[in-house]
Design a protein. Sequence first.
Lengths: 224, 224
Amino acid sequence: MTNAIILLSGGLDSTTCLAYAKNQGFDCYALSFDYGQRHKTELNAAKKIAAHFNAKHHIFNLNINQFGGSALTDMNQTVPDYVETNVSIPNTYVPARNTIFLSIALAFAEVVNAKDIFVGVSYVDYSHYPDCRPEYIHAFQTLANLATKYGVEEGGIKIHAPLIHLSKAQTIQLGHDLGVDYAMTVSCYQANQQGDACGKCDSCSFRKKGFLEAGIEDITRYYL
Amino acid sequence: MTNAIILLSGGLDSTTCLAYAKNQGFDCYALSFDYGQRHKTELNAAKKIAAHFNAKHHIFNLNINQFGGSALTDMNQTVPDYVETNVSIPNTYVPARNTIFLSIALAFAEVVNAKDIFVGVSYVDYSHYPDCRPEYIHAFQTLANLATKYGVEEGGIKIHAPLIHLSKAQTIQLGHDLGVDYAMTVSCYQANQQGDACGKCDSCSFRKKGFLEAGIEDITRYYL
């Protein structure tokens, strides 16, 4: 079997991504980050999800809050409610987060001899994050093959972003077809300790809308 | 004044790089990593060097040893002596290290509104590390401008690698002209607590040869 790294936050997208990689026949190494996020609920979800899919699971400790700069890690900033007309990059954006996460996934890939890295970003519902666009993923793949011993000597490191052209509804449909139990996942930017969601942030709004559009029952628990 | 990030290990190259950036008129933010390296001597050197150049200094805690995989961070591997004919990537290579360091520098740049990142890699004496080549630096710059809010909205993030085409001797000559005191720097892969060098590893061999070729007195203290 061929090894693959899957970035697993414990949310809806990354869980679908793991199910997808598993379905493609990869031996999956799930990688989560303890990065100073506001709540550990999603990390607990990630643990259960990795076990459910029989994937090896590594939680990497990395406090990106050492600089501050985002409402998702900085306790002094407020997570904004979703506003439909918002077209600029929101304050929930964490500086260079996907680049940092993919870089560490690349190191992990080299150590476990994996040439395939899966990341559950979507261009459609990317909420104006620059590091969720196809051209970004493509640029990272180019870099990965120049950057590493494995890329240079063996070639062909591939960054898979299977959800990149899917709407939230299409992602949910895909996961549903793959048998994903979305009750295990946590998407909310400010979930409580039980994993219940606020229902108001960007992430909750996209998720709610997705289930509605997919015509699949939304089993998310909301505390508001 | 314009802010710049300078990756500062406390070694000869990164110190020359800091002197160069300072000389170019940048307001310098030096960034060092406490990444589980074998000795902290170079971090202590970095602190003194940053202070000497009147740069702000941030030490980022990041244990890349969480995966293992390199003689520079894995205590179970032996640092090899320098062998002239060695053409493959050596075991002192740390998987994806420069990519991880540059990613974090990119986040730091975004937080302090810097568009310029300096890294002291050299293609000439790169010791077969893939992530010290010009095409790698170019690929990272492309990525940086796609990856970040700052790159997308403001444009023009630049990765400066002023030493990339310089030999060690030329780097030493440049630093010498800029008034760098190389007694402050530590290059050795296995320096002792006093900052004295082994004189035998790849890094020591390049440094020795560099001073010799530049015709500048080598004031490095060796313990062997």
